[in-house]
Design a protein. Structure first.
Ligand SMILES: Nc1nc2c(ncn2[C@@H]2O[C@H](COP(=O)(O)OP(=O)(O)O)[C@@H](O)[C@H]2O)c(=O)[nH]1
Ligand SMILES: [Mg+2]
Length: 277
């Protein structure tokens, strides 16, 4: 397979802008895709967020495997970081995030209150493409303000919003790793739709998704596809016929990606959490 190393110029620019903007904020809201939390941690963003309190948001928790996820989350909690599980598409997340932001910024709040002022807290939302940053921002704003979409690259530039009770929040474009050497991570990011399908999608990648799912959740594929476990067999049970005769593996590959990403295969955490990075 072609080596995946996707870091276009606009992402370099987005990272540089992030660097500037992070200096202005009190807290970083670091959104991780709960189906692949480890691969969602971008070393470049880590560096930028070093000096700030961090709220890790394990987003898309409705699509993930909580049991596996629970083993991972302790590393996200420290003196200056905390985490929450979230389904950003569900209303009601706003108040939980609000109170966590307040806890992480309690020093600033205290200092201001001593002077009799109610401080405005500034938060920036960061993370890999397509992990749900704009959806989360909209949820906090209680109405759709930021444009969202189920593919990477929807948010093109930083955008500040005010949310009630003295919090300002900045939505940002997603950024990937500048040096995506680890191809297991690269594939994982492609599986969850963080790298454009136009760049990475092919039958080989679909075969690798099959392999990955089979490794972590043995038997789930054949249970879902009536005994089929290869793309050809999936095409057969779904009656995806090729025009030239035979079965349409490409269509099966697309169906597989779609079924995985929409949760039809079940709630899956798609990376090996024990593997050392
Ligand atoms: N199932 C599910 N889908 C989500 C969640 N959060 C966001 N999405 C979907 O993920 C896609 C990407 O969301 P978006 O906010 O544009 O991601 P961004 O690129 O990080 O800003 C959209 O189709 C959202 O509806 C979630 O918690 N659960
Ligand atoms: Mg966005």
């Amino acid at each position: 397979m072609m080596k995946i190393n996707w870091f276009p110029g606009h992402m370099k620019k987005a990272l540089d802008e992030l660097k500037k903007e992070i200096e202005k904020v009190d807290v970083v809201i670091y959104v991780l895709d709960a189906r692949a939390p480890k691969s969602s941690i971008n070393p470049e963003i880590d560096k930028l967020a070093e000096s700030r309190p961090i709220l890790f948001v394990l987003n898309k928790v409705d699509l993930s495997d909580i049991e596996k996820l629970e083993k991972f989350v302790p590393i996200l909690k420290s003196e200056r970081s905390d985490f929450i599980y979230l389904n950003s598409t569900e209303s009601g997340a706003g108040s939980i995030i609000n109170s966590k932001i307040r806890l992480l910024c309690k020093n600033k709040i205290k200092k201001h209150e001593e002077k009799g002022i109610k401080p405005t807290l500034r938060a920036i939302v960061v993370g890999i493409p397509n992990c749900g940053k704009s959806t989360l921002v909209n949820n906090l704003c209680k109405k759709a303000k930021a444009v969202t979409g189920n593919k990477p690259g929807v948010t093109k530039s930083q955008q500040w919003f005010s949310i009630g009770s003295n919090i300002e929040i900045c939505d940002t474009p997603g950024t990937l790793y500048p040096n995506l050497e680890n191809q297991e991570i690269a594939k994982t990011l492609a599986f969850i739709g963080s790298i454009k399908d136009e760049v990475v999608f092919d039958i080989e990648l679909a075969n690798q998704l099959l392999e990955r799912i089979e490794k972590i959740y043995p038997g789930i594929i054949s249970r879902h596809y009536k005994g089929a476990s290869t793309l050809e067999e999936i095409a057969r049970v779904r009656a995806f016929l090729s025009q030239g005769g035979g079965f349409d593996e490409e269509r099966a590959a697309r169906a597989l990606f779609n079924d995985f990403r929409t949760g039809k295969l079940g709630q899956l955490l798609i990376e090996d959490l024990d593997e050392k990075l």
